[in-house]
Design a protein around this ligand. Structure first.
Ligand SMILES: NC(=O)c1ccc[n+]([C@@H]2O[C@H](COP(=O)([O-])OP(=O)(O)OC[C@H]3O[C@@H](n4cnc5c(N)ncnc54)[C@H](OP(=O)(O)O)[C@@H]3O)[C@@H](O)[C@H]2O)c1
Length: 272
């Protein structure tokens, strides 16, 4: 018998945005393993299908007979028209949604204020802030109707602590933090739960996207320490989702052991 009870997730239906990579992909697979149904959302449909296959395998391995329905929906969360039509694209038998994981997001560059491209500013805000808000509006309406549900938003240490070269990403994640805090307060008189998970350094495609495909620049971000993995954060998400209905994990900050703030890390010298 395991110490923590995740059986409450059996048969639940979960939307995971940004499920084609990193934290989102790991989260989809872990919910599958816990016996949930998962709607996997991202822009890269072919990769989403591969993650859905991993979900099927994880569910099979669990030996659970309930849950195990998986659907992929190609969606750019920054496109309001696509978000408005999202539920129509979800198979009928998966439309009774219990949990929304707003995970889609990215950072671009380390440019300083004055040098940041408008398209980078608009892109980060469109996905990290407006996309998250649009998806939340859509699902909170459903959650209010059924008086149940859980919104889990991916913030970041970057939303708590600005750093040089991170201004726009910092601003998007601060916006996520403010929005999530308001949602928590607005829903205090309902059974609907609201959680923010703020990771530190997690090695995913995140830095590869930041450095526009330069994998060696991305690798350097994690040099000399053991970063978190997508699965480390997926475990926090699934743990928060599986608490008893009267428990709301409102706020979680997760670092690798050798990180103490956005910019404070301990890195082993290369020859050790
Ligand atoms: N890695 C870290 O160190 C770290 C730390 C703190 C917080 N976070 C946050 O954690 C979340 C996940 O990041 P990650 O590390 O897992 O990065 P990742 O591996 O790059 O994954 C990002 C995911 O977001 C999806 N996505 C991006 N824009 C999208 C859009 N407009 N519409 C739909 N999907 C979109 C991507 O899929 P497609 O390209 O297929 O659309 C991908 O599946 C992000 O919100 C990030 O800000 C990450």
């Amino acid at each position: 018998m395991s110490v923590f009870n995740a059986t409450r997730l059996i048969g639940k239906t979960v939307i995971v945005t940004g499920a084609s990579s990193g934290i989102g992909a790991a989260t989809a697979v872990l919910f599958a393993k816990a016996g949930s149904n998962v709607i996997l959302v991202a822009r890269r449909q072919e990769i989403l299908k591969q993650v859905a296959d991993q979900c099927l395998a994880a569910h099979k391995e669990s030996g659970l007979t309930q849950g195990g329905k998986f659907a992929t929906v190609q969606l750019d969360v920054s496109d309001k028209t696509q978000v408005a039509g999202f539920l129509d694209k979800v198979p009928q038998d998966l439309r009774d949604i219990d949990i929304l994981v707003n995970n889609a997001g990215f950072v671009l560059g380390l440019d300083r204020i004055g040098d940041i491209k408008d398209s980078d500013i608009e892109g980060m805000f469109a996905t990290n802030v407006f996309g998250l808000i649009s998806m939340t509006q859509l699902l909170v309406r459903e959650f209010k109707k059924k008086q149940a549900g859980h919104v889990i938003n991916l913030g970041s240490i970057a939303g708590r602590e600005p750093y040089v070269g991170g201004s726009v990403y910092n601003a998007t994640k601060s916006a996520v933090r403010a929005f999530t805090g308001a949602l928590l307060r607005e829903l205090v008189n309902t059974p609907i739960r609201v959680t923010e998970i703020d990771p530190g350094l997690v090695e995913t495609e995140f830095s590869i996207v930041r450095f526009r495909g330069d994998t060696s620049a991305a690798k350097k971000v994690y040099e000399g320490l053991e970063p978190l993995t997508g699965y480390d954060i997926a475990e926090e998400i699934v743990w928060a989702a599986s608490r008893p209905p009267h428990v709301n994990i409102a706020d979680v900050l997760v670092y690798p052991v050798n990180q103490a703030s956005a910019v404070s890390t301990y890195r082993k010298p290369a020859n050790m």
